[in-house]
Write a protein that binds this ligand. Sequence first.
Ligand code: FAD
Ligand code: DHB
Length: 392
Amino acid sequence: MRTQVGIVGAGPAGLLLSHLLHLHGISSVILENRCRHYVEERIRAGVLEQGTVDLLNDTGLGERMRREGLVHHGIELSFSRRRHRIDLSELTGGKAITVYGQHEVVKDLIAARLAAGGEILFEVADVAVHDLETDRPRITFSQDGKPQELVCDFIAGCDGFHGVCRPSIPEGVLTTYERVYPFGWLGILAHVAPSSEELIYAHHERGFALHSMRSHEITRLYVQCDPHDDIKNWPDERIWQELHLRLENDTNWKLAEGPVMQKGITPMRSFVVEPMQYGRLFLAGDAAHIVPPTGAKGMNLAVADVRLLSRALDAFYVRGNRELLAAYSATCLRRIWKAQRFSWWMTSMLHRFDHHSPFEQRVQLAELDYVTGSRAAATSLAENYVGLPFED
Ligand code: FAD
Ligand code: DHB
C-alpha cells in the first residue's frame, strides 16, 4: 500500500489530521489498533476551546456540535465554602467554551472521513514504523493476521501516550520533561441532569472535585483520589458522599444523584518530549505531551498540533516549502509549554497536597482569593481557559 501521509492512531489528533489533509488534497491512511466502537465510546475530555470550536466549524465538522454542544460563558470556582464565577466571555472579548464530549468529536470525525472515502483501518496489530530518516518511511502492521506494509512520504505519530511511534525514535534524540502528581481523578458519568448550568471547580480540604456535564441529561463528575487506588474501593455511595462534601457549601445548592453509567481512575502527569519530530516522523497530541486534566487542555492541544502539521504538509506539497515542517516542533512547543504552565497552575491551585504545610495551604487559598477578586488575575485565567490564539 502507498499513501502520502501514514497516520498511526484514530484519536482526535489522527482523525482530524486526516480530515485537514483531505481538505488540502493530500492522501492519508489511518491505522488504529482498537475497533471503531471502542474509540467512539471512550469517555475522556469534554471541554472545547473557542479555537477548537471555530476550526471544527470552519472545516465542516460542526453541524452536530452546534446542535448538541453546550456553550458556556463562565465557570465557577468553589473554595472556603463559597462559589465565585469567572465570566469567561466578558473577560475575553466574547470568547466561550463548548462542552461536547471528545468521543462525540471522534464520532463526527470518523463519519466525515468515511463519507469522503477516507481510509481508516481499525483493529490492526503489530504496528511498527521504519526508515524514518529516509524520504520513503514505512509502516508495517498486520490485518486479519496477514502482514501488511504502508509506504509513505511522512508518518504522523498520533498514537497517544502509550503508542509505538515515540519509542521508535532512537535513544538520545528526545529530551523528556515530566512531573507525576501524587493524586489522580476518579471520574463518573451519571444519568442525571447537571445540577449547575456551568462547570464547578472545587477546592476542598478533602481534595478537589469537579462538576461537569455531557448533555442536559448526563452529568460528569470527578473527585481527587489516590492514583493507585482500586476502583473497587469506591462503591457509588462513597463517590456521591465525597462529591456532596466537596461540592456543596453554605448555600442551598444541592448536587443531584443518578445512576452511575461509567467510572474510572486516571493518574495525572505533565509530560513533554522535545523535539516532536525525527526525520520524516512527526508526533502530535498525547504521543508528544500530556497535561493534567485540570485545565481541560489535552484534546485542544492535539487539535492545535495537527492544525499546524496539516498546514506544514500543505506548504511542502503545494509549494515545495520545507520551512514550516522544519519549524513544526518549535512552533507547537511554544503553545504546549504555555498550556503546560496553565494546567500545572490550575492543578496546583485546586488540589489537596498532603505534604503542604499550613503556610502553603494559606498561600493556596490566597491564590484562589486573588484569582476571583482581581480582574487582572481572572483575565489571565479566562484567556488561557478559552484558549490562547492559534500560532501562524
Ligand atoms: P488519543 O486520544 O490517545 O488517541 C490515540 C489513538 O492511537 C487511540 O485511538 C489508540 O487506540 C491508538 N493507538 C495507540 N497505540 C497504537 C498502536 N500501537 N497502533 C495503532 N493505534 C494505536 N483531557 C481533558 O482535557 N479532560 C479529561 O477529562 C481527560 N480525561 C482523560 C482520561 C483518560 C483515561 C485519558 C487517557 C486522557 C484524558 N484526557 C483528558 C486527555 C485527552 O483525552 C487527550 O489529550 C486526547 O485524547 C489526545 O488525543 P490524541 O489523538 O493525541 O490521543
Ligand atoms: C472535563 C474534564 C476536564 O479535565 C475539565 O477540566 C473540565 C471538564 C469533562 O470531562 O467534562
